[in-house]
Design a binder for this molecule. Structure first.
Ligand SMILES: CC(=O)N[C@H]1[C@@H](OP(=O)(O)OP(=O)(O)OC[C@H]2O[C@@H](n3ccc(=O)[nH]c3=O)[C@H](O)[C@@H]2O)O[C@H](CO)[C@@H](O)[C@@H]1O[C@H](C)C(=O)N[C@@H](C)C(=O)N[C@H](CCC(=O)O)C(=O)O
Ligand SMILES: Nc1ncnc2c1ncn2[C@@H]1O[C@H](COP(=O)(O)OP(=O)(O)OP(=O)(O)O)[C@@H](O)[C@H]1O
Length: 484
């Protein structure tokens, strides 16, 4: 493809030859291929403008830059923002796949992954093949591609959308993280639908957002880049999220003013199964059962229905989709022989832990048991807080290892104990995670709910730079089969 065609729609200046043929778009100088356009990005640790000449020497046919670079032999295209330019160029390079399938973007502090799976479940019940891009990876048919980020770089987003369109997907759901929006990973196309789940303080500091205001402004970007915005109006921050929107707005929630409402919420529980029933009213009127527990599942399901009603789906498709949805590692029940409930959840900070424990308490368990650890080389405050939360909210805390990374697991556990000791909560320490799971299953009584918190969909444990295979589902099966 000619350089000039890739740049269509962008403002740029380039004194060099724009007729040059481009073979690929590359944003890592170590991966340059002959004839590519090398896009210089200002990262959190590296400004790759410094590698422009190196990229040209390695065969790049053009350099895309946002500030002055010294390069000889190839044209340099100057743009205002290279991340935005990369998104526009990638969309063109992959033949604008978002024009061929309907793309839904989800933003919000919590519920993105779960809601994306609910949408997919409903659409697939209606025979609409649907791809996903999000925290658990990119899903195209039966294939799950592991990705580093919730929202991958724009080049990868466009590459995956192209693969989805080519493999017969008619829809794609993308988790648009606030950092992803800020870094233009999902720029260069218009979403059919943008969905807002909720907003609470998170992702502030470090390499993430500078302030809460910036965090909100980034979420707000989605509603200037979609045709229809579907908004949770029960969230007190929704006005800030849609400020300056350019899309049609639709609403959902429990409030009377919401276009699609929920009412008649009722928890459903039996050993090994926790769910919730509610009635849809307003734009649609019928009852649904959701296979994931808790009040927040009503919100996620309502959001999913509010999106799916824009597709060719029947009432039965919605009922079936919500009644069979499974999300790996999100309040995921694992079948066990006893009369108790064993769940795997991704909660790995105090806020998520409080959410999940509060939700599970509503099911009135005999005992609520929480097994958890905490990540190494991350804020120590998180460990104190998690210890205190579990101590206050669970009947028994089982403290174990998570991804201890380069720290000693016992040091991390000592920090968790500091938080726990502020409470009257009972606890035991079992540093080996497999042994801790076994312990939980051995002491389980009828009616108990046990949550294995922290690992969620992950199938590894990271210790001293090595990722060891550890899939909690396999561990549980081995315990049941008495092989460990
Ligand atoms: C802070 C941040 O956003 N980092 C992301 C970023 O890496 P970076 O900024 O550290 O990159 P860098 O090392 O400074 O390099 C900058 C550029 O120079 C290039 N480079 C570098 C070295 C070299 O020799 N040559 C060269 O060309 C790099 O390829 C890159 O293009 O670009 C990488 C490649 O796309 C991302 O994987 C990485 O995400 C890291 C893993 C991360 O933790 N990001 C978080 C903040 C994030 O994005 N989170 C959100 C939200 C998650 C949620 O909602 O929970 C997400 O969407 O995942
Ligand atoms: N709508 C919601 N409101 C509050 N908490 C929720 C909601 N949905 C899910 N949760 C809780 O948050 C956890 C993470 O949910 P999910 O992965 O769907 O959110 P996410 O937005 O993708 O989060 P992350 O960005 O951390 O991956 C769940 O395991 C559950 O405990």
């Amino acid at each position: 493809m000619k350089l000039i065609s890739l740049l269509e729609g962008l403002k740029y200046s380039c004194p060099g030859n724009m007729d040059v043929e481009i073979t690929d778009i590359i944003f890592d100088s170590r991966k340059v291929v002959k004839g590519c356009a090398f896009v210089c990005l200002c990262g959190s640790s590296v400004d790759s403008h410094a590698f422009a000449q190196q990229a040209a020497d390695a065969g790049a046919a053009a350099i895309i830059a946002q500030h002055e670079v010294e390069v000889k032999g190839v044209p340099v295209v100057y743009v205002k923002n290279t991340r935005y330019a990369m998104a526009v160029m990638s969309a063109a390079y992959f033949g604008h796949p978002a024009d061929q399938i309907r793309v839904v973007g989800i933003t919000g502090t919590k519920g993105k992954t779960t809601t994306s799976y609910m949408i997919r479940s409903i659409l697939e019940c209606a025979g609409i093949k649907t791809g996903l891009i999000g925290t658990i990876g990119t899903v195209i048919g039966d294939e799950v591609i592991q990705t580093n980020n919730t929202t991958p770089e724009s080049y990868d987003v466009q590459r995956y959308l192209r693969r989805m369109a080519d493999s017969g997907c008619k829809a794609a759901v993308i988790e648009a993280s606030s950092i992803g929006l800020k870094d233009h990973r999902v720029s260069g196309f218009t979403f059919d639908i943008g969905l807002f789940t909720n907003f609470s303080p998170d992702h502030i500091g470090g390499n993430e957002h500078k302030t809460l205001e910036e965090y909100m402004q980034c979420k707000n970007m989605l509603f200037k880049q979609c045709r229809t915005g579907v908004i949770n109006i029960d969230d007190e921050n929704y006005k800030g999220i849609i400020e300056g929107h350019t899309c049609e707005i639709e609403t959902y929630g429990f409030r009377e003013e919401a276009g699609l409402r929920a009412s008649g919420e009722r928890l459903i529980s039996r050993p090994g199964y926790l769910g919730v029933h509610f009635d849809l009213c307003g734009q649609l009127n019928f009852g649904v059962d959701v296979d994931i527990p808790g009040h927040f599942s009503v919100y996620n399901a309502l959001a999913a229905v509010a999106v799916c009603r824009h597709f060719d789906v029947t009432q039965q498709n919605i009922i079936d989709g919500l009644n069979t949805v499974k999300v790996k590692g999100r309040v995921e029940p694992v079948p066990v022989p006893g009369n108790y409930t064993l769940l795997i959840d991704y909660a790995h900070n105090a806020l998520s832990m409080a959410n999940i424990l509060e939700t599970l308490r509503e099911y009135k368990p005999n005992r609520l048991i929480c097994m958890f650890g905490a990540g190494g080389n991350r804020a120590r405050s998180r460990r104190y807080e998690m210890g205190e939360t579990s101590g206050n909210m669970a009947d028994l805390s089982v403290i174990t290892a998570d991804n201890s990374r380069y720290e000693d697991v016992m040091d991390i556990i000592e920090d968790i104990k500091v938080g726990l000791s502020k409470t009257k909560g009972e606890y035991v320490v079992i540093p080996d995670r497999k042994e801790a799971i076994k312990y939980c299953m051995e002491i389980a009584e009828d009616g108990d709910i046990i949550v294995l918190a922290g690992k969620g969909h992950e199938d590894y444990q990271e210790i001293r730079g090595v990722k060891y295979h550890l899939d909690e589902r396999e561990v549980i099966a081995d315990i049941i089969n008495k092989t460990i």
